[in-house]
Design a binder for this molecule. Sequence first.
Ligand SMILES: O=C(O)CCC(=O)C(=O)O
Ligand SMILES: [Fe+2]
Length: 493
Amino acid sequence: SALGCLAEIFPEETWVQLGTFGDAFRIAHMTCVALGHSAETCQEVTGQPFERFSKRMAGPIQVDERLCGDLTAAFAKVISSATTLPVAVADKIQSSQQQVGRSFLERSKRCVSAGLDCEAAEVGSSSAPAEAEQWCPGLLDWLHREEGFGPEGYHVICLQPAAPSGRVPRGKIPAWVFRNASGLGAERAALPRPWRSFRAELQRRARLRPSGRWELHPWQLFDIQGKVVEDMRGALGASLLLAFEGGEFQYPAVHLGFRREVGLGRAVTLTTVALRPVAFLVQGALSRKEARTLQKLARPRLNQSQVLQLDPVAGAAQRDPRTSSSTFLPEEDVVVDVLNRSRHLLRVLGRQEGVQVVRYRKGQRYAAHWDYFDPKLFRKQKDVAGRLTHRRNRLATLLFYLSNTSKGGATAFPMAYGASRPLDPEDCEPWLQVPASKGTGLLFYNLHADGRPDVSSNHAGCKVEDGEKWAANIWAWNSKIQEVLDPDFDDEL
Ligand SMILES: O=C(O)CCC(=O)C(=O)O
Ligand SMILES: [Fe+2]
């Protein structure tokens, strides 16, 4: 069939049933893109009148079986916004997506329980063109090597390095562009200079989100050390470039069980334990002594934990979601060291909040929640909403466990891999759980690489069944700018 594996969930006649031409075109475009065709080809296909387009789609398009996971997700997203979709089709798509999610969840669970030995047997679906691997050694460590749940808004560019003579060649720079870090959809490109043209062509090629008038986070390029690449020399020097549409560096998940050593003056290891949300175990970033010190500093300062009040919803009496005690530590000595190390580890340019230590006693917990702030829920509070414009938000959560917790007390992700919101926000049992283990860190991203909130980052501090649990939160924002700006100036709000 023309759409290979996808025809199953998305029979061809439904193209017509989708109703509006707008939907059909968007789906067409996404399909085309997901199938790995160039932007030009897709433009050509989707620029056709609908009748002609549907004829084209009936042609022999080869679908790489391995792309099914991503494609299904892509379809699901477009389809969720289509208003006239037949219920049966919608159901079919949804259930197929849930199935993919469930199998990833099982793998993630195995991964967490294996701790640092988590190794993904099924890895390696994605490879890169030999030429690109030759140009950019280590390239595969920055691509997405799984069959689904790839990054949104993170792209990899590999430039042909300058000749060994160091002489910078004239003319366009040969390159490989890996949109959404996928090895399968790689495209050969020739990028012009100077820098402005280089950026413009890259934006077109990788279909990066254009920066609007009030945009605070234009997409940005980084080298693999997490340094911003701001000019032609920097780009040529780095050769391997990472593009983040949200403007901030994020560690790519690569594959479940992937281990990355980060040089921080000490051996720090990140092990990928989930792809959606992107989450890592962090080993070696906090010494046992520091864990003790943070706990000691916090103990006399603890207060009943707070959460930000949402806009009131008529008639909704809320149970207190957070029953622990906590405090932000004064920024001195060890606290400053830990914050500096965290900044280096995360490679985030934005603001970091202080170190917040949390203590849970037996029976205490933090019900499922998001660490990002949904601006729509703070509409009536201009001072809050006004700081959340232009995708400004909490990008990353780095949570260090300061104690071992023998029973309960894990951090759990109820909505991992697109699962729907749990009916009971405290029922940790079926969820992906990361056990609290002294000195270990858990890093997860609350935002996608393009800066949009990732709903899958929903998480809970499970009820402590025995003893006490201590942990330290460090939240990194994707912006330094804290000005209250008028949400009306943000096209997305
Ligand atoms: O205690 C945990 O495991 C999670 C804590 C948390 O999510 C928070 O403090 O925002
Ligand atoms: Fe949280």
